[in-house]
Design a protein around this ligand. Structure first.
Ligand code: FE2
Length: 282
C-alpha cells in the first residue's frame, strides 16, 4: 500500500477521580475505566447516557426522513467492515460507525428536505443547497466534540475528494480524516445500489466499476482496492444480509395500522452496534 493507514489509537485510561480529564474522553473509555475500578453503577450510567445521546440523534434523522435513516445504517455497516479490513481496532471502528451514522445529519433542514423530496434530477442551485449539509452536519454534532472529537471534522469532510476537488473545504489526500475517507466510499456505493426518488438502483457489479473509476480521484486508492477485494465485498454483503434478516430488526415507524407511523423506514433497517440494551438490574 502506498499510504500508511493510521494505527489504532486505543483509548487512554482516565483516573476516575479526575473529572476534568474524563470529560475530554470517549464515553466508552471512561465507562471502561470506571468499571475496572469497581464503579459499576457510574460506568453503566456513562454508557447509557452516551448511547441515549446518539440514539436521540438517530431518531431525529428517522423522524425527518426514514429513507436517510435506513441509508446511514447501511453505510455504517459497510464502513465498519471496511475499517476492520483496514486493520483498525475496535475504538477506530466505533469512530467510523458514528461518522457513518451521522454523516448526513445536516440534511435535517426544511429547505433541503423539500429539494430532496423532488422526483426529478437536481438543478445546479439545488445541488449547491444540498452541498451545505456537510457544514450544517458538522455544526449539529459540534457540541459532542468533547466526547467524540472526530465527529464534526469527519462529518464535514465526507464529500471531500482524494484529489482535492470535493467539498466543502477542498481537502486533499490524508488531510481528509480517515473516518471520512471510509464513509465516502460506503456512502457512494450505497447511493448507487439503492433506489432514489429519481433513479433506479444499479447492479453491484456496475456500482463497483464506478467506485473503481474513482480510485485516486474521488477516493483513497488503497481503501478503494480494499473495498473492491472479493473477501471484503463478501463480508459486506454478508453483514448487510445478516442485519436485514435479524428478527430483532424492527420497523422503526411502529405498527402499520397507525397511519401516523407509516412513514417509518422499511423492515430491513439494520440495528446499530452502539444500541444500549437493558440488562438485569436496569
Ligand atoms: Fe452526504
Amino acid at each position: 500500500m502506498s499510504e500508511r493507514l493510521p494505527a489504532d489509537d486505543s483509548a487512554i485510561p482516565v483516573p476516575p477521580d479526575d473529572p476534568e480529564a474524563a470529560v475530554e474522553q470517549d464515553p466508552a473509555a471512561v465507562a471502561e475505566t470506571l468499571r475496572r475500578s469497581g464503579h459499576e453503577g457510574a460506568a453503566h450510567l456513562v454508557a447509557r447516557l452516551a448511547a441515549a445521546a446518539l440514539e436521540s440523534l438517530l431518531h431525529a434523522i428517522d423522524a425527518n426522513d426514514p429513507e436517510t435513516g435506513a441509508h446511514v445504517r447501511r453505510v455504517a455497516i459497510t464502513s465498519v467492515v471496511l475499517a476492520r479490513a483496514a486493520d483498525q481496532g475496535e475504538v477506530r471502528q466505533h469512530r467510523v460507525e458514528r461518522v457513518a451514522l451521522f454523516h448526513d445529519i445536516g440534511k435535517i433542514n426544511g429547505a433541503l428536505f423539500d429539494v430532496m423530496r423532488g422526483t426529478v434530477g437536481l438543478t445546479r442551485s439545488e445541488r449547491r443547497l444540498i452541498a451545505t449539509h456537510a457544514d450544517r452536519g458538522a455544526e449539529v454534532v459540534a457540541p459532542l466534540a468533547s466526547f467524540y472529537p472526530e465527529l464534526p471534522a469527519a462529518v464535514r469532510a465526507h464529500h471531500e475528494w482524494w484529489n482535492g476537488k470535493g467539498y466543502p473545504r477542498g481537502l486533499r489526500g490524508t488531510a481528509i480524516p480517515f473516518e471520512a475517507r471510509i464513509v465516502a466510499i460506503a456512502d457512494v456505493f450505497d447511493a448507487l445500489t439503492h433506489r432514489r426518488r429519481y433513479k433506479a438502483p444499479l447492479p453491484t457489479g456496475r456500482a463497483d466499476e464506478l467506485i473503481a473509476a474513482g480510485a485516486g480521484t474521488q477516493f483513497n486508492p488503497d481503501l478503494t482496492d480494499l473495498f473492491l477485494s472479493p473477501p471484503v465485498q463478501e463480508e459486506i454483503a454478508a453483514a448487510q444480509a445478516a442485519q436485514s434478516a435479524r428478527p430483532g430488526v424492527r420497523q422503526r415507524g411502529g405498527a402499520r395500522s397507525d397511519p401516523r407511523k407509516q412513514a417509518g423506514p422499511r423492515r430491513d433497517t439494520p440495528e446499530i452496534a452502539f444500541r444500549w440494551r437493558a440488562t438485569k438490574g436496569d
